[in-house]
Write a protein that binds this ligand. Structure first.
Ligand SMILES: [Zn+2]
Ligand SMILES: [Zn+2]
Length: 290
């Protein structure tokens, strides 16, 4: 339950930032959009809490086979944070390249707005999609499941603060950490920005693994937010399930087990127009596609 408790404890801070931004920078907000984000956050928190209750016994069962016995100290918590952030990078990158994971993650990208409330926009389907599978290596190595999910929650809490247009580049901080500037790039459908900057807390993973792009408004124009094949809905259930329905239909149409598997594990396509790739590789998407 640690994730829900930590995020709930921090929610007054989150709401404070949203209120400040909403009052001072009204142009970045659409009330319907932010209410939808809030509804999606509540659905996500509910499904996450249920999943953790159901999965904790499995995590502790697995923990008994751990390679090392890791006790809590400043250095082991630091290692846990580094490792989880590294795994988050791969979870996030996979979520943009594998249709099965994108079906859940698309929810987070499906708004054309970018403000602190965008951080609330999450999918209730993450537990079913298998986000938790990415944390299993930590449990197998020897971190206590409660430590793992506390670190997961703190990583997500940090990410709240990168969802904004009111913070410009932050000097030396940009070199090491994920920042509003880096994450604006991540949410953009500008050709040069598509499928870039997957960082949770540390931007170094993107720099190491070739997915880093700097925000450059002069060269690439202002960020345009959303998804290629934009959905126009404020219904939290439609937003949560449209891509799953599309994936299900595509899988049914594919002939043979291998073809079906290819649909599930290959690059996602748009749920809006099946003849038009939503997020086809950045080399084939033109600015006009957006
Ligand atoms: Zn993403
Ligand atoms: Zn985001």
């Amino acid at each position: 339950m640690s994730i829900e408790v930590i995020l709930l404890a921090l929610s007054p801070i989150f709401l404070g930032f949203v209120s400040y931004e909403f009052i001072k920078y009204r142009k970045f907000y659409d009330i319907k959009d932010s209410l939808t984000n809030t509804a999606l956050a509540l659905l996500h928190q509910g499904s996450d809490a249920i999943a953790l209750i159901l999965l904790m016994p499995f995590f502790y069962w697995l923990h008994q086979f751990a390679v090392f016995e890791i006790s809590l100290s400043v250095s082991t918590v630091f290692i846990a944070f580094l490792l989880q952030d590294f795994l988050y990078y791969w979870f996030h990158k996979a979520s943009h390249h594998i249709h099965w994971l994108w079906a859940a993650h698309v929810v987070h990208h499906s708004s054309t707005k970018m403000n602190f409330s965008t951080a609330f926009r999450q999918s209730l389907m993450y537990p079913l999609a298998g986000m938790w599978v990415f944390w299993l290596p930590m449990i197998v190595i020897g971190f206590d499941p409660n430590t793992v999910f506390t670190v997961v929650a703190l990583n997500l809490a940090f990410q709240f603060f990168v969802h904004t247009q009111i913070v410009d580049k932050l000097g030396w901080f940009e070199k090491v950490f994920n920042t509003p500037s880096h994450h604006r790039v991540h949410h953009s459908i500008n050709k040069a920005y598509l499928d870039k900057n997957f960082a949770g807390v540390l931007i170094i993973w993107d720099k190491l693994f070739g997915s880093y792009v700097e925000e450059d408004t002069e060269k690439n124009g202002p960020c345009r937010y959303g998804i290629i094949g934009q959905i126009e809905s404020h219904n939290p259930f439609f937003i949560s399930f449209h891509q799953w329905i599309h994936l299900f239909k595509m899988t049914c149409h594919a002939k043979g087990v291998m073809a079906k598997a290819r649909v599930v594990f290959s690059y996602p396509t748009s749920s809006v127009d099946k003849n038009k790739p939503k997020k086809a590789s950045i080399t084939t998407v033109t600015v006009n596609d957006a």
